[in-house]
Design a protein around this ligand. Structure first.
Ligand code: ADP
Ligand code: MG
Length: 637
């Protein structure tokens, strides 16, 4: 029962925090509240449309949302004839925070929030848009909000009221205050927000942000009532009747974002199944893209009735795509779960996925720059498909873009790579690592560069997974340049290379002995010490043994606890390097300690180049100091 006295209840602590932010925010642009309240009103209508399917007792009149401006009372009201709220609904939905986006927003800005607001206004607005503050945004423009509501099918109505400062009350409304069915939200505009009483402003904002809502919007003001939008769902209109702005508005209200879509796809499928899809690739990366609990981003309609807000239509590796799908063949009178299990649904999902992939492929060919942006934002998500969905691997390989040893700026496709293949080249070479700059400077690449062999540089965490499972591309296997012997001797060196470094090293007597001695010094730290054909200017590098996994993959697995201790690396030596030659010349010299210091430092230097730490920091420091002291003590020339 409602509390007759309308005793005040405290907001959940998080809501109070959020409201504090709303009330104290100093926006130049607060327009966002309008879109949020209109979308809630439209949602309420769509919900009633859905529950009425199963409950014939719930009748509804044609849906509409009415915005009323009352200049005398200085209020702006939003009334819908949708599902309405019970007393419990009011407490649950307007007293707590259930939205994951709002929670994420608070986690980020809830503490020391005032400082966060110091950022420039546009940025803040975009942030709120990304997180979706929803109903509470009303408190940006109002110093009191009244909600009068009656749940569909109920006789009782309620009046929720709050000034947004910590508490709210729920009481029975006065006679005639509540709508017959649905909800009226009344904003008592604050001093800075009186300009929302201008009908022209409201009209413009509705057209800008909410024109594609599937419920008509009316405006009531001094001069009477008029319709601002037709309430015809955008996707049901023919493509030719929709302009770019309308698509953009729709995308923005769909995702609660302010960017422009990078790609808009709108098609109607007939034949085996009848459905319409309107899909967007966002122009920026959603903040929760890598949140594993992130729900699907597809709105599923059956004959214009919204069945599910967060359906999974496309696979995880296309989760950045926002879409609306409206099907004419799915059964309307069954539960959401049953629909999603139906074979028709499965077959539609497959077709939609194929189509989206096809559109991306088309764009990759027709507009390289536009596609490059998409790849920059979502490439790491698309690459998940390479190991999750072997059936789509070829199509995804067609889309994949890489930075390579020859093109560090990126944008190289595998097709480009294949065209640059060297004679006798038997594999597609890659190098895994953490960051592109370091990868590009890796000593392991030297021998490949010297032979004109392009190497894919893979700095993304997902890369380690797909290269481990991919069988190959266009008949060539993928091969890590840090694993096993390089086997690139049969590929000739390019003549035009700076000759000195790349030239065949004149044989130095005792190299074999040197390697054996080095192995003796390093002992269990390495599996072997051997000559390398992948180096040209560095003295040494570390690679995985022929049997072991790639070292980067090994590190990732070890970090995630899925693998025991790392296997031993192989230290590869560049026999042409002056340091190695000098070292070979020292064999048999009396100061054995110095030889050992140099060997360990060489090993640690190779580790550093891999992005690893020296094997034993105190020893490393002591050795380095000894060698430096020795160098510094040499008489100045
Ligand atoms: P969201 O719309 O993302 O769920 P909001 O903060 O905008 O979050 O709204 C919170 C909840 O309040 C809604 O989910 C809904 O249950 C309820 N609500 C808000 N406005 C209305 C309305 N006009 N009619 C019915 N319920 C509403
Ligand atoms: Mg909302």
């Amino acid at each position: 029962m409602p509390d007759a006295a309308g005793q005040s209840q405290a907001f959940q602590a998080d809501v109070a925090k959020l409201l504090h932010l709303m009330v104290h925010s100093v926006y130049s642009d607060r327009d966002i509240f309008l879109r949020e309240l209109l979308s809630n009103a439209a949602d309420a209508c769509e919900q009633l449309r859905y529950v009425a399917l199963a409950d014939s007792a719930l009748a509804f009149s044609p849906f509409a949302v009415r915005i009323s401006i009352d200049k005398d009372a200085q209020t702006l009201a939003f009334e819908d004839n949708g599902i309405g709220m019970s007393q419990q609904d009011l407490t649950d939905h307007l007293g707590t925070i259930a939205r994951s986006g709002t929670r994420a927003f608070l986690d980020r800005f809830g503490n020391g929030a005032e400082e966060a607001w110091g950022a420039d206004a546009r940025e803040k607005l975009e942030l709120i848009g990304q997180f979706g503050i929803g109903f509470y945004s009303a408190f940006m423009v109002a110093d009191r909000v009244d909600v009068f509501t009656r749940r569909a099918g109920a006789t009782e109505a309620f009046h929720w009221s709050s000034d947004g400062r910590g508490t709210f009350s729920i009481q029975p409304p006065a006679q005639g205050e509540a709508p017959v069915q649905g909800t009226r939200v009344v904003l008592h505009l604050n001093e800075e927000s009186k300009n929302y009483l201008e009908p022209g402003r409201i009209e413009r904002l509705v057209h800008e942000h909410s024109s594609a809502l599937a419920v008509p919007i009316e405006l009531v003001e001094e001069k009477g009532a008029r319709r601002l939008t037709d309430g015809v769902a955008l996707w049901t209109k023919p493509k030719a009747a929709i302009n770019l702005d309308e698509y953009t508005n729709f995308y923005q209200s769909l995702g609660g974002v302010f960017d422009e879509p990078a790609l808009t796809m709108h098609w109607h499928a007939e034949g085996r199944h009848d459905y319409t899809v309107l899909a967007f690739v966002p122009g920026s990366r959603p903040f929760d893209l890598f949140d594993s609990s992130r729900p699907g981003r597809a709105k599923l309609y059956v004959r214009h009735v919204l069945i599910k807000e967060d359906a999974e239509i496309v696979p995880r590796w296309l989760r950045f795509v926002r879409l609306v799908i409206d099907s004419a063949d799915l059964p309307l009178n069954v539960s959401r779960e049953t629909i999603q299990e139906s074979p028709v649904f499965a077959s539609i999902k497959k077709a939609v996925t194929n189509r989206v992939l096809q559109e991306l492929t088309k764009l990759a060919e027709s507009d390289k720059e536009k596609f490059a942006k998409i790849w920059e934002h979502f490439g790491s998500v698309l690459k998940e498909g390479l190991y999750e969905d072997p059936e789509k691997r070829d199509a995804l390989f067609g889309l994949a873009r890489f930075a390579t040893s020859a093109h560090s700026a990126g944008g190289r496709g595998l097709k480009d790579y294949m065209e640059g293949l060297q004679t006798n080249q038997t594999a597609i070479y890659y190098l895994l690592g953490e960051d592109l700059a370091r990868l590009s400077a890796s000593p392991q690449l030297e021998g490949f560069r010297a032979r004109g062999i392009e190497v894919l540089l893979l700095p993304d965490p997902v890369d380690a997974f797909w290269v481990a499972t991919a069988v190959g591309f266009d008949g060539k296997p993928f091969k890590s340049v840090t694993q096993g012997a390089a086997d690139i001797n049969s590929i000739p060196l390019k003549e035009n290379l700076d000759a000195g470094a790349a030239e065949e090293a004149p044989p130095v007597a005792g190299l074999a002995t040197l390697y054996a001695l080095m192995k003796q010094v390093l002992g269990e730290a390495v599996e072997a010490v051997r000559v390398s054909d992948r180096l040209s200017s560095s003295p040494a590098c570390l690679v995985a043994s022929d049997r072991g996994p790639d070292r980067r993959l090994e590190r990732i697995l070890a970090e995630s606890g899925r693998l025991g201790p790392a296997s031993k690396p192989v230290l590869e030596i560049n026999p042409a390097h002056p340091l190695i030659r000098a070292l070979a010349a020292r064999i048999g010299a009396p100061d054995k300690g110095k030889f050992e210091d140099i060997v360990w430092l060489l090993f640690d230097e190779a580790r550093l180049m891999e992005g690893e730490k020296p094997a034993d920091a105190p020893h490393f420091a002591a050795r380095l100091t000894r060698i430096l002291l020795d160098a510094a003590s040499q008489p100045a020339p």
